[in-house]
Design a protein around this ligand. Structure first.
Ligand code: PLP
Length: 393
């Protein structure tokens, strides 16, 4: 038996595990101190009633003999896939065939599982630096090579494609953690690069609904040529508060072929073999989340988070600290003051004002010296955290 030794290449502690460990240690030694978390990127606003009712009704159906159900289709119910197709048509003017859409349990899984379509070893993968850590970890597990494209002040945190060849490209826009979102021409440059290199873009649109800027595409399929080089992942976690319910979708265009293979067919084969389909109750929740009322409620919650982000950025402006983000995403990306390193700043905030943020270096080497504050908290807690920060920044 040969063990996958590539796991040794992974960073020792997953970013959020390390944050949790340090926080726990602090709380144990300072039990009377109240810690405020502006760290983990998780939603806090309650679920829309329209979603909750749809899910309750789905449970009710299962309690009656006439409406009870067993296994559902592995790729998702037709009505759930249709809701996603309607969402793309109505919101982004993108026409999708429902066969191109698969429903899953959130996209963390799909963003990693999609790599089953590609050789493990021998592929070169482009990854933004800094970015959501999953892309790096899954690429290392698969023994593929990484080209990091730095996102920094010089390029406005929106890098251009590398000069060298690559095979797979993870793009996250709006970006976690920087909040930067590609505009149409910037994303077109990536699509052109992928087409020239015969590469595939894995486009993570987890925060698409946070973009209010009409210059920024919410779907890569709004870009000409993307159907020939891109796969898109959409999540309900941040937009509709599904992070604990788990729901998302993956879109593989039906004409996406490489090396004599059809990628949609492969993805369907992969899912029907290794996955038994999303929970029926959850899919009813997804359907409700994408109705006009569900979307209205989502937008109300997003506006709430944007308000918190605005409070954070106003304070940073006042203090004259460099930051970006907060407009197209729930995250504010700031430069640690006085040239501090990310983890030092984390510890400093924890020790002095008991505010938890996320060290930028945890998202990639170019994140060193930066820090992510998240707007996913109550306005009351955000204000309290900012009052505390005001005393030390
Ligand atoms: N992609 C990005 C950029 C994220 O920030 C997250 C979660 O934080 C995910 C994907 C995972 O989303 P899901 O909850 O759908 O698995």
């Amino acid at each position: 038996m040969k063990i996958n030794q590539n796991y040794n290449k992974l960073p020792h502690n997953y970013l959020f595990t390390e944050i949790a460990l340090r926080t726990e240690k602090y709380i144990k030694t300072h039990p009377t101190q109240k810690v405020i978390k502006l760290g983990i990127g998780d939603v806090t606003q309650p679920l829309s009633p329209v979603i909750a009712n749809a899910m309750k009704q789905a449970v009710e159906e299962l309690t009656k003999k006439e409406t009870f159900r067993g296994y559902g289709p592995e790729l998702g119910h037709v009505w759930a896939r249709q809701s996603v197709a309607d969402y793309y048509k109505n919101e982004m003017n993108v026409v999708l065939d429902i066969d191109e859409i698969t429903i899953g349990d959130g996209i963390g899984e799909d963003l990693a599982n999609i790599t089953d379509l590609f050789n493990h070893g021998g592929n070169t993968v482009v990854i933004q630096d800094p970015v959501y850590p999953l892309y790096q970890s899954t690429t290392l597990m698969d023994s593929n090579d990484i080209i990091y494209v730095p996102c920094n002040e010089a390029n406005g945190f929106l890098p251009t494609p590398p000069d060298s060849h690559s095979d797979i490209i993870y793009l996250c826009s709006p970006n976690n953690p920087t909040g930067a979102a590609f505009n149409f021409s910037q994303l077109k440059a990536w699509v052109d690069y992928a087409l020239e290199n015969n590469a595939i873009i894995l486009f993570d649109a987890a925060y698409e609904r946070f973009t209010s800027n009409n210059d920024c595409p919410r779907s890569i399929f709004q870009i000409e040529g993307a159907r020939n080089c891109a796969i898109e992942f959409g999540s309900l976690s941040k937009t509709a508060g599904f992070s604990c319910i788990r729901s998302g979708y993956t879109i593989v265009p039906n004409d996406l072929n490489r090396d004599g293979m059809n990628l949609l067919r492969m993805w369907q084969q992969r899912q029907t073999t290794k996955y038994n389909g999303a929970n029926y109750i959850t899919q009813r929740g997804l359907e409700a989340a994408l109705t006009p009322q569900g979307l209205k409620d989502a937008d109300r919650n997003i506006a709430y988070y944007h308000h918190n982000a605005g409070l954070i950025t106003s304070m940073l402006k006042e203090k004259g600290l460099f930051f970006t983000g907060g407009e197209s995403s729930p995250y504010v990306w700031l430069k640690c003051p006085n040239g501090m390193k990310s983890w030092d700043f984390f510890q400093y905030l924890l020790d002095t004002v008991q505010v938890i943020g996320t060290p930028g270096v945890g998202f990639g080497p170019s994140g060193e010296g930066y820090f992510r504050l998240s707007a996913f908290n109550s306005t009351e807690q955000t204000i309290e955290a900012l009052e505390r920060l005001d005393t030390i920044l």
